[in-house]
Structure formats: C-alpha cells, structure tokens
Design a protein around this ligand. Sequence first.
Ligand SMILES: Cc1ncc(COP(=O)(O)O)c(C=O)c1O
Length: 371
Amino acid sequence: MDVMGEANARETKGEDIIHMEVGQPATAAPRAAREAARRALESERLGYTEALGLPALRERIARYMTERYGVGVGPERIVVTAGSSAGFVLAFLAILDPGEALGLPSPGYPCYRQVLKALGMRPFLIETSGQGRWMPTIADVDHLAAEKVAGLLLASPNNPTGTMVEGPRLAEIAAACRRHGLWLVSDEIYHGLEYDVVAETALQHSGEAIVVNSFSKYFSMTGWRIGWLVVPEALIRPIERLAQNLYISPPAISQVAALGAFDGIDELEAIKAGYARNRAMLLQELPRARLSAILPADGAFYLYADVSRFTSNSEAFAKAMLKDIGVATTPGIDFDPDRGRSYIRLCYAGPEAKMREAARRIAAWLKQKQE
Ligand SMILES: Cc1ncc(COP(=O)(O)O)c(C=O)c1O
C-alpha cells in the first residue's frame, strides 16, 4: 500500500509511472455486464436482495460450475458475497470458533491472516518452497492435524506466485483433509486465468470443500465488489444468518451486472490472451535482465521474482525501483513477512505496451546494479 500511495503521488505530479503493484485488471467489466447494470439503473428499484443473493444469479453461477468443471452443484449451495473478501469473513465465522487456527501456505495473500486475526482466530503459517511450486504437501496437512489446526486454506493459482497445485496433488490434499477431519477452504479467485493446464476445483475432489470465488479477476470487475461461495449444505443456513446480520445483502446492481458478465466471455478471453502475451514476454525478458529466479507462473497475473542477488530488503528495493525508473512493484514481505525480504511481486495485468516498457526499464536499471 505504501508503494501504491507513493506511485499515485508521483503520477499526480506528472511522472510516468507503470503500475505493476496492484493486483487488478486494467480493463473495465465486460460490456454485457455494464449494459445489464445500465438497464437495471433505469428500470429497477435495486433494493435489498435475498441475503444469499438473487436466485437468478445463484442459478447462473451453479450452471457455470457445471459448465466449467462438470461438477453438479445445486443453486442452494451458492452464496453471493460482496467480493470474495466478504466470502472469507462468512466462511471463517461459519467454520471456526474464536481461538481456532487455519493453515495458510506462505507466501500467500496477506488478508487471510489479517481477517483471521481481526476475528479472534489464528493464522497457522505453512512455509512452502519454490521447488514445491509454493504449494503445501501432504506432510503439511498431516502436521496441521497434529497441531490441532481446524483446516487448510489453499489458493491455486496462488497470489503472489501464480503457481498452481496439480490435479492429482489436489485430490491427495482433499483426501488428507477428509481423513483428518480438517476443513478445506479453496480460494479459486484466479480460476479462468490459467495459461497451460486448466485449474480443477476442490469440489471435484471433495463435496465438503468450501470454495471461494469472485468476479474480480477473470471477470474484470474488482470495484463492483461481487463474488461467491460454494458451501456444503450444513453451512447454508448459518451463512445465511451471518450474511443477513453482517451486511443484509450483496449490492443489488453488482449482482445484476455479474449476471450479465456471463454473456461477456469472448471479451474476457481476449483480455486473458493479452495477459498470456505479457506473461510470455516477461518470462523471456526478465531473465535476460538478471531476474532469472522466477518460476513460470501457471496462472493469475503475477510473477514472484527472487531478488536476493541484489537485496535482502525488498521494500527498499521496490521503493528505489519506483523512484529511479517509475515502475511500481510489491515487496514480498506483504506475502511472506520473513522470506519475502528477498522477493518482489510483479503484476502483469496492465496494457501490453506498458508491460513491455516496464521490462525495458527494469533491464536497464538492473544492468547497473551491484550484486
Ligand atoms: C488470492 C486472493 N483472494 C482474494 C482476493 C480478494 O478479492 P475480492 O474481494 O476482490 O474478490 C484477492 C485480491 O487480490 C486475492 O489475490
């Protein structure tokens, strides 16, 4: 956030800043979503909706789950949420008591641990490795059980690394969670943004998994604050009560827009093709610029680069990069408070010309840097 604040301040002063720090598409919601919202503004009341979301949207999401993964999920198990961020709050409150812990692979999205702490629950960090594509192992799941941790949160593709768990490993992880009686919360917010292998949903391997998803990333709708959960039947009623009490209903206009977004898949696939080109270009250019220790991320729109040959203070490194060449990136400490001192995250969801220019500037900058 500090880097973003500094980047915005410099931009306001007229500096030519390239944003690779914020994890969001540079594009608007698909036209079909915006059209649906416009029609609703003109003709609908847009009052509160059902706490679990508009029935038509829940049905459409259930159909999407079937179309995309071949899993049969009834619309009653879909919970529409105010972004996946609200989905996490609902899920954590539904499955954990205060003081209980949830296993979080590290590096990972920082809000999981902050939300857990704010709710009086405990993050239990699992240190993953680049060799393991930053994904937890079965031994990690066994360890969670031994430590009386209540469950595992898995994000694949992951933020900040973009790496994914392979289908067979996901099946094993799901089986290990079932064997130990652990919850499996699967953050699938980057599904749809895979470049080689299509991601599997945890629901293909466990009917009890809680799936968290969102219209923010693949659907390019961050500011609309709309997402969804798929929950096991026993959790529907508790989550409905929580949602009703916490925020009454997700935003009506965003629900209408989300319903429209399913008619914009061609547009979304074209946006994704742009990410794929950015990814390929950066994976070619950055290693030439001495940023060689990057795993070719399988999905999302991030690269997690090891910068240990230049620094052990990624925050200072990111600030210097912004000051010297106007490229804003995120220091790894956000995602891994300890080892993140040697990493930065680059988001390549920006326009292709900008991403190319960023690669050029980074290469020229690193050329002069001492190792
Ligand atoms: C892994 C992951 N999960 C969840 C979120 C939250 O997204 P939203 O609340 O917009 O759905 C993000 C946002 O960057 C993320 O990277």
